[in-house]
Ligand binder design. Structure first.
Ligand code: SAM
Length: 371
């Protein structure tokens, strides 16, 4: 059944989206589809370093129902609603990115599943997968709302999701998330499995907090046919604890896993920055994301759209272009001009440092840019 976002995309088509009625069902009148219209149709995007950019991450909200200590400060200020792109705007902007060569989209946040009517956006974007315009639509979620949404995600054409889970132990989970209930996430994971979604767990390694959880998490994944990716904590935004105290290089974090299993590097890739390994005797693939200890920017294919309508070409830099204003004034033409400008600003690499006393790489926290 058509939802409000579809109705807009179909009736508007939307070379004229810049009209004042943005977000209503009466926007514009032309019927050109932004996902298939020139000038840039089929032109792959490349940055000035020659990297092909075909992966878009969208932060659909900066709000979240957890407060992970490494992600947010205890007193996070969230963006006022009027500053946030409507879901209709996100759908139209995403369609234009697809026309410019984006082949994969990951929905993130904040917690995407807490945004009201998220299902409408997911369904609309899912149609780009069905039509072949997009190779893949995926989601990163904390899993707390997954029990309610897993079947819907499978129904709209999502094949795999990432679920963030830093501990199985209820007390450690509650500590990291400042009050979260791990049982909700585990229930969500079962629902995802039942719905036939391919699941990868994302676990941030935190010194002195969850290193002893990594083997149990690996075995949990093995029992359920999930993959597991470990991530080094990045210095994004000010938090209460010193990043230097939290930071655990993955070479050290995986010591207990190395002691139990042989590692064999795999060619397997999911479009993201993880390098994967097979572990002797296990089906679960182990991914490692090492933004600090082993920079992977040379192969970066990503751009990010925030819920306030900014394009960031790098998670670790402040440089951005403000798409929202241009889009609301000039419609799809405004997107194209700014996309070109954004491509020209993509830095070669982030330069994260967690040295004691170092400032965060960015003022904004991960929930704003989308993980
Ligand atoms: N709420 C969703 C979730 O929890 O998966 C999506 C947003 S969350 C910001 C995306 C991912 O970023 C999570 O896996 C989270 O653990 C990770 N993350 C957040 N802050 C981080 C940081 N400073 N360094 C490394 N990973 C971080």
């Amino acid at each position: 059944m058509a939802n409000a976002i579809d109705t807009i995309s179909q009736t508007v088509g939307s070379q004229t989206v810049g009209s004042k009625t943005m977000g209503s069902k009466t926007m514009g009148s032309k019927t050109t589809d932004p996902a298939t219209t020139s000038p840039a149709t089929a032109d792959a995007m490349h940055d000035r370093h020659g990297r092909r950019i075909d992966y878009l991450r969208i932060s659909v909200t900066d709000r979240c129902d957890l407060r992970c200590r490494y992600c947010m400060s205890e007193t996070m200020q969230f963006l006022p609603r009027r500053e946030i792109l409507t879901l209709e705007e996100i759908a139209i902007i995403a369609a234009r990115f697809i026309a410019r060569g984006v082949r994969r989209i990951r929905l993130s946040g904040g917690e995407p599943l807490v945004r009201r009517d998220f299902v409408d956006l997911a369904r609309t974007l899912g149609r780009h997968v069905t039509s072949g315009a997009l190779d893949e639509l995926t989601l990163t979620t904390n899993g707390t709302q997954l029990a309610r949404h897993a079947q819907m995600l499978a129904d709209i054409g999502m094949r795999r999701i990432n679920v963030s889970l830093d501990a199985l132990d209820p007390a450690i989970f509650a500590h990291i998330t400042r009050g979260g209930d791990v049982a909700q996430v585990l229930e969500g994971l079962e629902a995802a499995r039942t719905a036939g979604l391919k699941v990868k767990l994302n676990t941030v390694a935190l010194r002195g907090v969850n290193q002893d959880q990594l083997l149990p998490l690996l075995h949990y994944c093995e029992d359920r046919g999930f993959d597991l990716t470990l991530i080094e904590t990045m210095p994004l935004g000010q938090i209460e604890q010193a990043r230097a105290d939290q930071y655990l290089p993955l070479s050290e974090a995986i010591e207990p896993i190395r002691a139990a299993y042989d590692f064999t590097p795999l060619d397997y890739r999911t479009g993201g920055p993880a390098r994967y390994f097979a572990l002797s005797g296990l089906k679960t693939r182990l991914g490692l994301i090492t933004p600090l200890s082993e920079n992977f920017c040379a192969g970066c294919n990503r751009m990010r759209l925030t819920c306030q309508g900014r394009i960031y070409m790098c998670l670790g830099h402040e440089a951005h272009v403000d798409l929202k204003a241009a889009f609301r004034e000039r419609g799809v033409a405004g997107i194209d001009a700014l996309l070109d400008r954004a491509l020209a600003t993509k830095p070669l690499a982030h330069d994260f440092s967690v040295a004691r006393g170092a400032s965060p790489a960015t003022q904004r926290h991960m929930n704003v840019t989308g993980g």
